[in-house]
Design a protein around this ligand. Structure first.
Ligand SMILES: Nc1nc2c(ncn2[C@@H]2O[C@H](COP(=O)(O)OP(=O)(O)OP(=O)(O)O)[C@@H](O)[C@H]2O)c(=O)[nH]1
Ligand SMILES: [Mg+2]
Length: 461
């Protein structure tokens, strides 16, 4: 696709930095460079993929705006697939804004969010799943999330989708050939031999769709709320897991009033940990507000780490809290393992839901059992250990929906063929499955889907 306009934006984040990058893409890129750039050494023409040292000069006044390095990337050998100009300025907000204004005056218009990547997609430099992976790489919060995103950017997911598409195209060709044959012959023959192949593709689609839970967790992380009655050691545990003194710890019950949220990396998963006010009948209005907030946070939590005090017997407040949390994925932990133990584990197990893992003994104060607790948080979030993660991991709901739609189309075709549905009708279902898969890589995508995807990007990417 050839765009007539040239887009430009600051590609580096706002604020002060060593270097700030301005990027322009489109047919005017070279013209803009000629108008604004004064090389230190005479230059007859810009060679593609070379770096030039010089100044940006305002053409109207002749004022030198900044000393820069400039590179020009000739189409199609750039990220967008278009002629691209990159100007490395000094990294101050004012200088970048001033140079960008000159670039715009010299023939570009401001780029929209994600527009460089959108052009890369429309110019077939990337497919849509890869374009989405660009954002996943930028926003990755842990190494594991990053490596899954990089794999998608390198086309691991797209390759898998294309392989499945090719298999479906093959199946479709077989069925359509059978239709032609039956028309010539006057008999309707069901291509029964294709059924196991259709089933294999359905299985493949379902397996891939099932990676969504894991993929999403690596991309977005999970929210874990630490809850329990006052003084059991919730804030001590938050501090211990963070490795710093973030929350106030005292021996006075009711110390934490507001909730405290911090993100940490546990085994590659971005975990948002929330320390909350101890739950009990509130003693004043502030505590009441704090406890109301806890219930809000608990409702939204992916998992609840229920903390109990091992040096005391289970109290009515402990029991009430556990009963109220029955529906939530629970991770019970018994704190203060360094003190003489009074909590009876048998009675605790009786009130825990059957699905809850065995309570872990920890000491938030001294660190005992913390590694096992971290492992348990990972286990609650993941069903597959990190080492066994498949290379193609889907992380977007859009992909999951498309895979399921494709599987449903094939299931209808399979059942139809089994039940004597005319092959031409089965072929229609299979075509729908193909279209659904095409939505993932962007072979069949509408403008509003594109708009929604690229609206999540930043300007300059
Ligand atoms: N011996 C021992 N004391 C602990 C342990 N964890 C916490 N404590 C002590 O228990 C008291 C309460 O700890 P906090 O972390 O403030 O408890 P909390 O659950 O946040 O309490 P609230 O904010 O009041 O709900 C403090 O005196 C801590 O030093 C532990 O593992 N062993
Ligand atoms: Mg506290």
């Amino acid at each position: 696709m050839i765009f007539r306009d040239t887009i430009a934006a600051i590609a580096t984040p706002p604020g002060v930095g060593g270097i700030g990058l301005i990027r322009a893409s489109g047919p005017e890129a070279e013209g803009i460079a000629r108008r604004l750039f004064r090389p230190l050494r005479p230059l007859s023409s810009f060679l593609s993929h070379h770096l030039y040292h010089g100044h940006i000069v305002a053409p109207e006044t002749g004022d030198v705006l900044d000393e820069v390095l400039v590179s020009f990337l000739k189409a199609p050998g750039s990220f967008t697939g278009e002629d691209t100009l990159e100007i490395s300025c000094h990294g101050g907000p004012l200088i970048l804004r001033t140079v960008l204004d000159e670039v715009l005056r010299a023939g570009a218009r401001p780029a929209e969010r994600g527009e460089f990547t959108k052009r890369a997609f429309l110019n077939n430099r990337l497919d849509l799943a890869q374009a989405e992976a660009v954002l996943d790489v930028i926003t990755a919060q842990t190494h594991a999330g990053l490596s899954a995103a990089v794999a998608r950017l390198r086309g691991k997911l797209s390759g898998r989708i294309e392989a499945i598409r090719n298999e479906i195209i093959d199946l479709l060709a077989g069925i359509e050939a059978a239709i032609d044959f039956s028309e010539d012959d006057g008999v309707t023959e069901t291509p029964g031999s294709d059924l196991p192949r259709i089933q294999a593709v359905i299985d493949d689609l379902i397996t891939l769709a099932a990676t969504y839970r894991q993929g999403r967790i690596y991309r977005e992380g999970i929210g874990v709320v630490i809850a329990g009655r006052p003084n059991v050691g919730k804030s001590s545990l938050l501090n211990r897991l963070l490795g710093e003194k973030r929350a106030i710890v005292t021996s006075i019950p009711g110390t934490t009033r507001d909730f405290i949220e911090e993100a940490i990396d546990i085994g590659g998963i971005p975990v948002r940990l929330t320390d909350t006010a101890g739950i009990r009948p509130p003693e004043d209005a502030i505590e009441r507000e704090g406890i109301d907030l806890v219930w809000e946070r608990l409702a939204a939590a992916d998992a609840v780490l229920v903390l109990l005090d091992g040096s005391a017997e289970l109290t009515a407040d402990d029991r009430e809290l556990l009963v109220k949390l029955h529906e939530k994925p629970l991770l019970p932990a018994v704190n203060k393992s360094d003190l003489p133990q009074r909590l009876d584990e048998g009675s605790l197990r009786e009130i825990l839901p059957e699905t809850a893992p065995r309570p872990l003994r920890i000491s938030a104060k001294y660190g005992d059992g913390i590694e096992a607790l971290k492992q348990a948080i990972c286990d609650t979030a993941l069903t597959t250990p990190l080492q066994e993660m498949p290379e193609a991991l889907i992380a977007h709901l859009r992909h999951k929906v498309a895979l399921e739609k494709a599987a449903e189309g094939l299931i209808r075709a399979r059942d139809g063929l089994r039940g004597g549905l005319p092959p031409e009708l089965a072929a229609l279902e299979i075509r729908e499955a193909l279209d659904a898969l095409g939505e993932i890589t962007g072979r069949t995508t509408t403008e509003d889907v594109l708009e929604r995807i690229f609206a999540n990007f930043c300007i300059g990417k």
